[in-house]
Design a protein around this ligand. Structure first.
Ligand SMILES: *[C@@H]1O[C@H](CO)[C@@H](O)[C@H](O)[C@H]1NC(C)=O
Ligand SMILES: *[C@@H]1O[C@H](CO)[C@@H](O)[C@H](O)[C@H]1NC(C)=O
Ligand SMILES: *[C@@H]1O[C@H](CO)[C@@H](O)[C@H](O)[C@H]1NC(C)=O
Ligand SMILES: *[C@@H]1O[C@H](CO)[C@@H](O)[C@H](O)[C@H]1NC(C)=O
Ligand SMILES: *[C@@H]1O[C@H](CO)[C@@H](O)[C@H](O)[C@H]1NC(C)=O
Ligand SMILES: *[C@@H]1O[C@H](CO)[C@@H](O)[C@H](O)[C@H]1NC(C)=O
Ligand SMILES: *[C@@H]1O[C@H](CO)[C@@H](O)[C@H](O)[C@H]1NC(C)=O
Ligand SMILES: *[C@@H]1O[C@H](CO)[C@@H](O)[C@H](O)[C@H]1NC(C)=O
Ligand SMILES: *[C@@H]1O[C@H](CO)[C@@H](O)[C@H](O)[C@H]1NC(C)=O
Ligand SMILES: *[C@@H]1O[C@H](CO)[C@@H](O)[C@H](O)[C@H]1NC(C)=O
Ligand SMILES: *[C@@H]1O[C@H](CO)[C@@H](O)[C@H](O)[C@H]1NC(C)=O
Length: 830
């Protein structure tokens, strides 16, 4: 007893000599920490000490918080469940055997209310332990002489916060499962109902649970990110490094920041909200990412075999080859019963094929099978060998894809995203056989004359020959003679016929292009309303005759555009070709175009904020599809209110898309001789120099957004009267902090969400930046609209179009250049 005390005292002095600041970040057995003391890490990042949570009770806890932030932010709590009560005094002590204890002293009685897990005896602390608060927020116990082996650390016992460097998941070296557990309430650190943990069943994924009920899952790690958080890749550019480890050391997720000045934490809130915060100086903590946030939780929103659409309405749908289990509920927009197969699989005969679904959020992987060593072909073969296997996908999407995940039986949690990976779903052979005969353009077929029928027949024959050739090639390729696995290829080549209308049909439908049937004049020619014999209403656009394009190119274009199908694009039904005349036949939109509503005093009152927001969102999705998600990039070049048509439910549809391609010639050219477009919507670089790109469409979109919000037209008159320049006005109001003045007076102020309107305006201003590089892409726009907590960049002065060479300059500002091209700009909060 005596000797040990002497050793302690000796080491204490030795330590004191060599570590003059020892009281700041370390705790030794001889120096317990009392309530009025704290430890501060070497560079002053974190503090360890006693804290109270509320002024209601005077309970105290030992915890760690940021040392130099004005808001006390607790990141770790030792005695979550056993606070030091009002009438007692607490002391934190390090015992000589390396255990940390908190004692509560009340009158003359002392009780140990908390103790850390004792270090295993194999770690030799030699009775010389020291506990140190490190600069990353980790509180470690180690041998003060050898100083390397950590006997205990707070990072192994996370509470509700994951700091950079902490592990979330299993650590096989310590046998510990690191998970986050929420506080019970904002003032009570005792473990609450919610947890974030690594579910290692099947393909590992993070799961947020309410007690034992799963509320959200991240999907498996796909190489760059978790499957359902593709935007993680974008964070990497902002200094985050995410890591997922699966090897003999453990299965866990962790992250680091490359720049120490980024202060960030991931926290599960007592309401189950899991949020990543970033400290933004004076603005305080800003939510950078959070979950759950979408209707598609990745669990059972759409039942077995259902597909949840991130931005779609209705939210649930069935994959091809499946039908709703209870159609009545589906009609009522309740898809939770899921889908069933139309045709049973025929495993024994081995005729099943696979439907390729792109941009999928993978189904729940907890019961899946993973093999990182298999490629996609082996994966498919393995799936076909097991009759209960229903889908497969790559496990790692890096470098073209590798690894294999197999699903068995019904799958749940499948989502359709803007981006995602390919999923192959097993379907009965008959589903593929029927796709050739599929819906032969109802009603339209009747009007196709014999000549065209022959043409179609020839095309069909050619196609068949082509397919046969291809199959033969494949057969030769793999040498097995088995071709029933190649159905997925056939799936892609549906609807090959080019719907051509006969002129007489069009003449009859439009009453010989009667003036009363004229709907308007588009950028490329007049538009007429028509009605086919079977009652289908159509809109016929007569293209101006001065097109230089040959007939074959025209056909190719039309064929391409006919294949574009999106909820927010007007459907092209076909075309009509005459020597002198070319016509495009579209579906007819009863509510006409947006400008008819927006710029009309009476009608604009019927556009409430919700409708306007739907239009903003719908147009963004349509444009995103044109730019990025269809087979080719299509630049609209004439996006404006007059080209946004509204269907009977006021769902917006972009019309005239693809015209740019038809008239602009080859799409690699970014310069055009003839500038088509509408003054007021044209990006400066396009109007002046004829340079166009997807970013010139983004500019037009930004103008449109501001018009939708303000109900005012962005007119082509600038220097003479700045008030008429919507962009100038918006920029002025933005700088004055009175941006809500811009909102159309017909929208009552209690009917909209201020934050939503503000976001839309900010996003609109970002879209009209002068430098195309500063404008976001449409995918960023859709992301900004869909994710309310992403911090948007600060807009700079918009690019105004004035007389050639001169730009209108309003209040000059010396703002830093921003990075609007990145969706996420963390260091530029508002
Ligand atoms: C801190 O508290 C301890 C015990 O409660 C007391 O002995 C000591 O004097 C206090 N120190 C200061 C600086 O208040
Ligand atoms: C707790 O303190 C805050 C700020 O000092 C005060 O506004 C609040 O009323 C207090 N609550 C109670 C229950 O005393
Ligand atoms: C370490 O010390 C604490 C308190 O003195 C005691 O409860 C614990 O059993 C000891 N552990 C070992 C492994 O000796
Ligand atoms: C505490 O102990 C002291 C001396 O041992 C004694 O005089 C005092 O009465 C005790 N107080 C209580 C509340 O037990
Ligand atoms: C979290 O970790 C603790 C301790 O390792 C464990 O008992 C608990 O089951 C884990 N919770 C979840 C949801 O995995
Ligand atoms: C938890 O999240 C809710 C929203 O779900 C929020 O209102 C609340 O302020 C959050 N609480 C804390 C302590 O962050
Ligand atoms: C994790 O690692 C083990 C062992 O190397 C391997 O068998 C397993 O397939 C891996 N799982 C995933 C999801 O990568
Ligand atoms: C496991 O992965 C981690 C992180 O990539 C690495 O540091 C460690 O060396 C790996 N361990 C083994 C045994 O491969
Ligand atoms: C880290 O971020 C700060 C603040 O944004 C910046 O000033 C500093 O230059 C960055 N350091 C490095 C090494 O990137
Ligand atoms: C397998 O194919 C044969 C011949 O095509 C057919 O008669 C039989 O019904 C099929 N078996 C199953 C299980 O569908
Ligand atoms: C198919 O896979 C399931 C799930 O892994 C397994 O239980 C079953 O035994 C397999 N069947 C065959 C025939 O391999």
């Amino acid at each position: 007893m005596k000797t040990s005390t002497i050793i302690s005292i000796t080491t204490f002095f030795l330590y004191y000599l060599f570590h003059p600041c020892f009281t700041t970040d370390t705790l030794s057995p001889t120096q317990p920490l009392s309530e009025n003391q704290t430890l501060v890490s070497a560079s002053g990042t974190f503090t360890l000490g006693f804290f109270t949570t509320t002024n209601i009770s005077n309970n105290r806890y030992v915890g760690i918080w940021y040392h130099n932030l004005p808001i006390q932010t607790i990141v770790w709590v030792a005695n979550r469940q056993h606070p030091i009560s009002q009438s007692s005094t607490g002391v934190l002590t390090l015992t000589t055997n390396g255990t940390l204890i908190i004692t509560s002293i009340q009158h003359n009685s002392t009780t140990i209310i908390w103790s850390s897990t004792p270090p295993t005896t194999t770690i030799n602390l030699n009775n010389n332990p020291v506990a140190q608060l490190l600069d990353n927020g980790n509180f470690v116990v180690k041998n003060q002489l050898t100083n390397d082996v950590v006997a205990w650390q707070s990072f192994d016992y996370p509470t509700d916060t994951l700091l950079p460097g902490m592990k979330l998941g299993w650590d096989f070296t310590t046998g510990l499962n690191h998970n986050l557990t929420s506080w019970s309430s904002s003032g009570d650190p005792s473990p609450g109902d919610y947890s974030v943990a690594m579910d290692v069943r099947g393909d590992p994924q993070l799961v947020v649970s309410d007690r034992s009920v799963r509320k959200w899952r991240s999907g498996p790690w796909t190489g760059f990110s978790f499957d359902s958080i593709p935007e993680m890749a974008a964070y990497t550019r902002n200094g985050f490094n995410f890591d997922f480890v699966n090897n003999s050391t453990g299965i866990y997720y962790s992250y680091e920041v490359s720049n120490r000045s980024i202060i960030t934490r991931l926290v599960v809130n007592h309401t189950g909200k899991t949020e990543r915060f970033v400290w933004l100086g004076q603005s305080g903590w800003s939510v950078f990412w959070y979950t759950p946030r979408t209707q598609c939780s990745g669990l059972d929103s759409c039942g077995p075999n259902g597909v949840c659409g991130l931005f779609s309405s209705p939210m649930c749908r069935c994959l091809k080859g499946f039908k709703p289990r209870s159609p009545r509920d589906w009609d009522l927009l309740d898809g939770s019963d899921g889908c069933v197969r139309k045709e049973p699989l025929d495993c024994l005969n081995g005729t099943d094929g696979f439907l390729k679904m792109t941009a999928a959020q993978l189904p729940d992987t907890w019961s899946s099978f993973v093999d990182q060593s298999l490629g996609l072909d082996e994966c498919k073969a393995k799936c076909l060998m097991n009759c209960s296997c229903t889908a497969y996908a790559n496990a790692d999407v890096r470098a073209g894809g590798s690894g294999c995940i197999l699903w068995f039986g019904d799958f749940t949690g499948l989502g359709a995203f803007q981006s995602g990976q390919d999923l192959y779903v097993r379907l009965a052979a008959s589903e593929f056989a029927s796709s050739g005969k599929k819906k032969s353009v109802n009603g339209v077929v009747i009007v196709i004359v014999v000549v065209i029928a022959v043409l179609v027949l020839l095309t069909a024959l050619a196609c068949t020959a082509y397919c046969v050739c291809r199959k033969k090639k494949k057969r030769r390729g793999n040498g097995t003679g088995i071709d029933h696995h190649n159905h997925e290829d056939e799936m892609k080549d549906e609807d090959v016929e080019l719907p051509i209308f006969d002129l007489s049909v069009i003449l009859e439908a439009t009453d010989n292009f009667a003036p009363e049937n004229k709907l308007g004049q588009g950028g490329f020619g007049p538009v007429y309303k028509g009605k086919l014999e079977d009652g289908l209403e159509i809109a016929v656009k007569r293209l101006s005759k001065d097109s230089l394009q040959g007939i074959q190119e025209f056909k190719n274009e039309v064929m391409l555009i006919t294949k574009l199908q999106h909820r927010n694009l007007v459907r092209l039904l076909g075309c009509c070709l005459q020597v002198e005349d070319r016509m495009l036949i579209y579906e007819y939109m009863p509510n006409k175009s947006l400008d008819a509503f927006l710029f009309d005093k009476e009608k604009s009152a019927s556009l409430d904020w919700q409708t306007r927001y739907q239009v903003i969102l719908g147009v963004a999705r349509g444009l995103l599809y044109l730019h990025q998600e269809s087979r080719v990039t299509i630049i609209h070049r004439d996006l404006k209110a007059g080209n946004i048509l509204l269907d009977e439910t006021m769902n917006p549809k972009i019309s005239d898309f693809g015209m740019a391609r038809i008239f602009g010639g080859d799409d690699s050219a970014t310069k055009t001789r003839k500038v088509v477009g509408t003054y007021g919507y044209m990006a400066p670089e396009y109007a002046m120099d004829g340079v166009f790109s997807v970013k010139s469409d983004v500019y037009s979109y930004g103008v449109l957004v501001l018009e939708i919000i303000s109900g005012q037209k962005n007119r082509g008159v600038y220097l003479s009267n700045p008030d008429l320049c919507l962009l100038g006005k918006a920029w002025d109001l933005w700088n004055k902090g009175e941006i809500l003045e811009l909102v159309d007076s017909s929208i009552t102020s209690d009917s909209y969400s201020v934050s939503q309107v503000m976001r839309c305006i900010q996003m609109g201003l970002l879209c009209v930046q002068e430098n195309p590089k500063d404008r976001p892409t449409m995918s960023s726009v859709v992301f900004m609209l869909g994710t309310s907590n992403v911090v948007l960049a600060q807009p700079k002065q918009p690019g105004f179009l004035a007389k050639r060479g001169s730009y209108l300059s309003t209040s000059s500002s010396n703002q830093e250049p921003s990075h609007a091209t990145d969706t996420l700009t963390i260091l530029e909060g508002r």
